[in-house]
Design a protein around this ligand. Structure first.
Ligand code: ADP
Ligand code: MG
Length: 368
C-alpha cells in the first residue's frame, strides 16, 4: 500500500498543507526542530494508533488551536480509500471514505505501517512493556480480532484487580466472583499467549537474517518469549488454558495479598539476545540500534507476508547513523515499499534512489 496524498491542518507546528508523496522513497530533510518528526507522526496516526512518541492526543494540536485534522488517500488492494483523523482536546476520531468510525482505534489494520525512530531504542533498553507493545501493535494491525481479545483481556484484568483489592477489606465479597474473572482471563489470555508466541517465531526468523546484514560483528541475534506462566511454542491452546488456570489458583493468595494479578500475558517479556546474552545489559549502543532496526524491518516483512500488502515504512533519523553498505542493505530490503525517511542533511541520502524530496522549514513542508 502507499499514500498518494497527505494533508494536515492545525497539526503541531506544521503549516496547513497538502503533499503528494512518491510511491517509493520520500526524503524529508531540514534542520532540527523544524517539524520532520511531526510530519512522520501525523502519517503514523492513520494506523489508528497513538503517537509513536508517546505524546497525548491534545499535544498534537497546534498551540492555540482547538483541533487538528489530517487526511490521506491510501492506495491498497481494495483500491483507493480516504482516511480522516480528527483530534480535539478530548478525543481522536476517524472516518473512512467519509463514514464515521468513532474512535481512531477502530480503524487499526486499515493502514499498515512500521515506524522506527530513536524513541524505539526503548525496545531494547526499557522494561517489558515496550516489547509487549511491539508485538501487540503488529498483531492488532494484522488481526482485528486480536485487538478485541486484547481489549477484553485488559478489561477483565482491571476488574479482577479491583476485586482483589476489594477482597482485602471486604471479606464478605464472594470469592466465587474471582473464579468468574479467572475463567475469562484464561480464555482471552491463552489466545493472546498463543498468538504472541507464534508471531514472535516468524519475527525472530526474519530479524536474525536482517541483523546479519546490518551489524558489523558476527554475534548471533535471537529473541525468546518469556511467559510468566511458563508457556512455550510447542504447547497447544488447551494445555495453555489448563496451565494458566492452575497458575492463577496457585498464586491466589499472593494476588490477594498484593491486590494485583501476578501472572498472565500482562507480565510476560521478550528477551532480545546477542550471543545468548541480553542486549539490554551487554549490547553496545550500536548493537542495540541494530537489534531494534532488525526487529522493525522484520516487522514490516511479517506484515507483508501475512496480509499480502506492503506496509509503509517511516524511518526517523535512521539513515544518517548507517554507513553506505548498510544503507544499501536497508534500501534493498525495503524493495518497493513506500518509505518516508527524515534526515538533517540531504547528503546523507545521496546514495539512495530517491523518489521525491521534501524540505521542512519552520513547519512549512515543500516539495523540491
Ligand atoms: N502542539 C504543538 N504546536 C506547535 N508547535 C509544536 C507543537 N508540538 C511541538 N511543536 C514544535 O515542533 C517542533 C519540533 O518538531 P519536530 O518534528 O520534532 O522537529 P524535527 O524536524 O527535529 O524532527 C518544535 O519547534 C516544537 O516546539
Ligand atoms: Mg525529529
Amino acid at each position: 500500500m502507499f499514500l498518494k496524498e497527505i494533508s494536515f491542518r492545525g497539526y503541531r507546528n506544521l503549516e496547513d498543507n497538502k503533499i503528494f508523496p512518491h510511491e517509493n522513497v520520500n526524503v524529508i530533510y531540514g534542520e532540527n526542530a523544524q517539524g520532520k518528526t511531526n510530519l512522520l507522526e501525523s502519517v503514523w496516526l492513520y494506523t489508528g494508533g497513538h503517537s509513536f512518541r508517546g505524546s497525548k492526543d491534545s499535544e498534537l494540536i497546534n498551540f492555540g488551536k482547538d483541533f487538528a485534522c489530517s487526511e490521506c488517500v491510501l492506495n491498497c488492494l481494495r483500491g483507493d480509500i480516504d482516511i480522516k483523523i480528527l483530534i480535539n482536546k478530548k478525543k481522536r476520531l476517524a472516518k473512512i471514505n467519509d463514514v464515521d468510525k468513532g474512535f481512531a482505534a477502530r480503524i487499526v489494520g486499515e493502514f499498515k505501517a512500521v515506524v522506527f525512530s530513536p524513541v524505539h531504542l526503548s525496545l531494547v533498553k526499557d522494561g517489558p512493556e515496550s516489547r509487549r507493545k511491539l508485538i501487540d501493535t503488529v498483531l492488532c494491525q494484522l488481526k482485528p480480532t486480536y485487538a478485541k481479545i486484547l481489549s477484553r483481556y485488559n478489561h477483565t484484568l482491571k476488574q479482577r484487580n479491583a476485586l482483589l483489592k476489594d477482597l482485602q477489606y471486604n471479606k464478605s465479597n464472594s470469592i466465587d466472583t474471582l473464579l468468574i474473572w479467572n475463567n475469562k482471563l484464561v480464555e482471552y489470555g491463552a489466545i493472546i499467549n498463543k498468538e504472541r508466541i507464534n508471531l514472535l517465531e516468524i519475527l525472530n526468523f526474519k530479524a536474525k537474517e536482517i541483523y546479519k546484514g546490518i551489524s558489523s560483528e558476527k554475534e548471533k541475534f535471537n529473541m525468546e518469549y518469556k511467559s510468566s506462566i511458563g508457556f512455550n511454542k510447542d504447547m497447544d491452546i488447551n494445555f495453555i488454558n489448563k496451565m494458566f488456570t492452575d497458575c492463577l489458583n496457585k498464586n491466589q493468595n499472593i494476588d490477594l495479598k498484593y491486590g494485583t494479578t501476578s501472572v498472565g500475558p500482562h507480565r510476560d517479556d521478550i528477551d532480545i539476545l546477542l550471543d545468548d546474552k541480553l542486549a539490554k545489559n551487554f549490547g553496545s549502543q550500536g548493537q542495540q540500534r541494530s537489534c531494534v532496526l532488525a526487529i522493525k524491518m522484520a516487522e514490516a516483512g511479517v506484515m507483508e507476508e501475512i496480509s499480502g500488502e506492503k506496509p509503509v515504512i517511516l524511518l526517523d533519523d535512521v539513515m544518517s547513523e548507517l554507513d553506505a553498505s548498510r544503507q544499501n542493505y536497508m534500501m534493498n530490503k525495503m524493495g518497493d515499499w513506500q518509505v518516508f525517511i527524515t534526515c538533517c542533511e540531504l547528503s546523507v541520502v545521496d546514495r539512495l534512489k530517491v523518489g521525491k524530496v521534501f524540505k521542512v522549514c519552520g513547519g512549512n513542508v515543500r516539495e523540491e
